[in-house]
Design a protein around this ligand. Sequence first.
Ligand SMILES: *Cc1c(COP(=O)(O)O)cnc(C)c1O
Length: 367
Amino acid sequence: MMAIPFDHLVPAYINNFDAYIPSKPDPELKEMYGCSTLYRLNNNENPLGPPQASREILRRFPPERAAVYPSGDSYYLRQKLAEVYGLHPDQFLVGNGANEVISFVIYAFCEAGDNIITADKTFAVYEWVAVFSGYEARLVPLKDFAFDDEAMLEQIDRRSKILFICNPNNPTGTYWNKEKLCGFLDRVDGRQIVVVDEAYCEFVEKDDFPDGIALLERYPNLVVFRTFSKMFGLAGLRIGYLVGSLDVVNIIRKTCVVYSVNTLAQEAAILAIDDKDHIMRTRQLVAAEKAFLEKELGKLGLSFVINEGNFVMVKLPISDSLAYRKLMAQGVMVRTMTGFRFPNYIRITIARHEAMESFIEGLKKIL
Ligand SMILES: *Cc1c(COP(=O)(O)O)cnc(C)c1O
């Protein structure tokens, strides 16, 4: 084996871990694949962008303020969130995207020998942070495309610290209803931390979908994640948060890196929260384009997974990486699903009609 420089300094769990390679910027990709337009359907962003009030504050931001550190703990945003949800501001911890708060929770509760439990086919960052921090990630197979509550409970042992539930699940869109989530929390009975990642909750139309924040009083071991990246169209500013009981959040606070959330993100987020109209318009677009995709994919005879959220999964008769390259040449970027352990599947963000049409046209050409 070839000697790797600095190998002797690196823990085995880092050596065995592959770095995540993000996609290149649009101009680079357009040149690489020879396409003149590019629809990014890989990251579940909101095609309508940020709400009006957030746009205004971004436009009017005084450049001098770039020289000044932001509020270290997103003071006014936490006040706003507390008011909206009827909780104490200290029950919220704001991060550089919900991605960052995942590590806060894992660092706060795990030590060598501990494990976390989640699904095998879900948002991968829970698993990644656990593994590259040296902890075991127990991955429970999905059952009928959904988190398997029984099988997750069976995986719990003395060293289990956190259970991560993605509700609704990225990438399958399945969700636990209120009865199922409460049943699960009752059986965990406060012995572990249960994180419910609600990154897509604002897209869910179903009445039996549980609002995790409303359950915090009943379950003090519950931690809920929310983000401004998806429905609120602020992905580029990187802002998300966790909310939980004061007892639990006071522990997590110790591992929370302050000043990681910039001023613009905090101020745009405060103004995004109240825009109900933006949520309504986004939901309408998602519903209409989901129906369009469902119809067109059916015509193509492809099997697909359409549930809650602003994304769908499609099964292809060719490899997902080949489909990715061929669709890129047509100006459409999709998410390959092999990394999510769904080989031959792609995930597509629901976007404006012209993007959805390009995707369907692209599919027809490559299949
Ligand atoms: C997008 C996403 C997040 C986090 O997004 P941030 O941009 O880091 O706030 C968290 N969980 C799931 C399931 C997501 O899809």
